[in-house]
Design a protein around this ligand. Sequence first.
Ligand code: ATP
Ligand code: MG
Length: 413
Amino acid sequence: MAITAIKGFNDILPSESGRWQHIEQAARSVFERNGFSEIRVPIMEKTELFCRSIGDATDIVEKEMYSFIDKGENAITLRPEGTAGVMRAFIEHKLYAQDPVAKLYYLGPMFRYERPQKGRYRQFHQIGAEITGVHDPLADAQVLNMLVQFFRDIGLDEPQLQVNSLGCPDCRPAYRTTLMAFLEQRADALCEDCRRRMTTNPLRALDCKVPGCIAATAGAPSMLDNLCTGCSDHFASVRQYLDTTATPYSINPRMVRGLDYYTRTTFEMVTGLLGSQSAVAAGGRYDGLISQLGGPAIPGIGFAMGVERVALLLGDKDFARQPDLFIATLGAGERGFAFRLLHDLLQLGLRVEMDYEGKSLKSQMRRADRLGARYSVVIGENEVSSGRAHFKRMADGEQVEVMLIAEHIKQTL
Ligand code: ATP
Ligand code: MG
C-alpha cells in the first residue's frame, strides 16, 4: 500500500502554489514598503521558550504543542507560532544593540496538534510581522494599516479589522478578579473548559465558542471599562490614528487572544466566510514579552496571518503563469533549431515551452492550448531555411511574420 501524508499535514500542489506565491509576494511587498526586513528562524525551539512566552494556561501550551524529547534528551517543540522564536533571536543576537526599533517579518510553517478541519490543520503556515522598541501607538496603527493594506493589495474586502485592548499588568489583575467573580456566579452555565480555566485564565471564557458560555457571559464586565489611564489613552490614540488614515475597523470588547503575552492593543482580521475558523490574522502588543524572555525591557507589537485561510478566501482564482510562447516542430530535424531558439528566448526573460517528444502537430497544439500559451509558432524546414516564421496569437488567431532572432521575437510578442 502506498504511504500517505500525516493527518493534518497538507501538500501544496502546483494548482495551488501560484495562489500561495501571490499571497507571499503581496506580503513581502507591503512589508518591505513599510521598512520591514525578513528574519528566518528555526522551526524547532526548546520547549521552555513556548511555555514561558505563550503561557502555561493557554490552549496552545496545554494541548496543541508538538513536543518531543530528542536523542540528546532535550525537550524540543515544533514551533506553534512565530513571535516567540523571533524574539528569542532578537535577544540572542542583540538586534536591539544599535537601535531598539526593529521591524521584522517572517513566513513559514507552524505546528499545532488540533483537530483537522477546513481552515485548521496540524501543519499550517503563517506570515507575520513585528515592530519592537516603540511604545507610541503609532506603531500599533502602522501595523494595523499594513495588515489592512495587505488584504486590499490581494484584492479582498473580507476580512475586517476588529480591535480591543487587554490592558496591562497595572489594570488587568483587578479586571481579572472582577471577571472571575462574575464567572463564579454563573459557573453552572459554563462549559467544562471554561470552568477549569475560570481561575487560571478567566478571560478565555469571553472568547469561548460554546453557545452556553456565550449566553452566560453576555453581560460580563468589559476590559475596556476597566483600563488604567495609560492604557485607555493608548487605545484612544490608536483609534485616532486609524481614523486619521480612514482605516475601517470595529471594536470587539470580547476579543481575547489565545496567547498570554499580549498587553494593550489586540486585534483580529475576521471573516464570516470560513465558519468557526473566522480569524484570518491576529495579533497584538506584547510589552512584557522581551524582558520575560530574558531580554531588555523593550516593547513590541505584531501579528500573524494564516496563509491557508487567506488562500481559502481567495478562492479558485487561477494564479498560474502562462507561457508567452509555445514552439511546435514539424519533424525531428527542427528540434535542435527550436531548442536553441527556446534557450535564447529564456535568456531574454520570456516564458517559453516546446514539445519534448516529437508528438504530432495536432497534439503539440493541444498542449499549447492547455498551457494557455499567448503565442505559438510552428517550425518546419521552410522556417529554418528562411529564418522567418508566423507567430500566432492564440486568443484570436491573428498571425504575424517575424524573423527567427530572439531579440526580434521578444519585441513582437
Ligand atoms: P483560532 O481561534 O482559529 O484557533 P488562534 O487564535 O489559535 O486561531 P493565532 O494563534 O492568533 O490563532 O494564529 C494567527 C492565525 O494563524 C490565525 O488567525 C489563523 O489564521 C492561523 N491559524 C492558527 N491556527 C491554525 C491552524 N491550526 N490551521 C490553520 N491556520 C491556523
Ligand atoms: Mg487556536
